[in-house]
Design a protein around this ligand. Sequence first.
Ligand code: ZN
Length: 123
Amino acid sequence: MFEPCPCGSGKTYLACCGRLHSGTPARDAEELMRSRYSAFARGMTAYLQKSWAAETRPLTLALDPAQVWTGLEIERHEATGPDTAIVRFTATWRSGAQTGRMTETSRFRREGAGWVYIDGMID
Ligand SMILES: [Zn+2]
């Protein structure tokens, strides 16, 4: 169980996003963002739903099993208020012979002991 974390932090999965996946609240928006990327990479739809703001959360979430997430780069993490923040990132993926990348600026807010994802603007 010493596999590297999918989010590319350089830590092991258990010492990084695995903690959040097993219930530890995110300390900041970037940590939550990383844990959501890792959840996409591992097909953890329940965690994605749980870390999504109630008003924007999709009722159902189906991930494409052929799409493999291959990398995450955080470009910016910035507070936009006492309890809100944005994170800009680029994620890369592969699906069969195809590869691609998406850049998104996501909005997050503090909720309870942790943070939730609100929505994002894709470039
Ligand atoms: Zn991680």
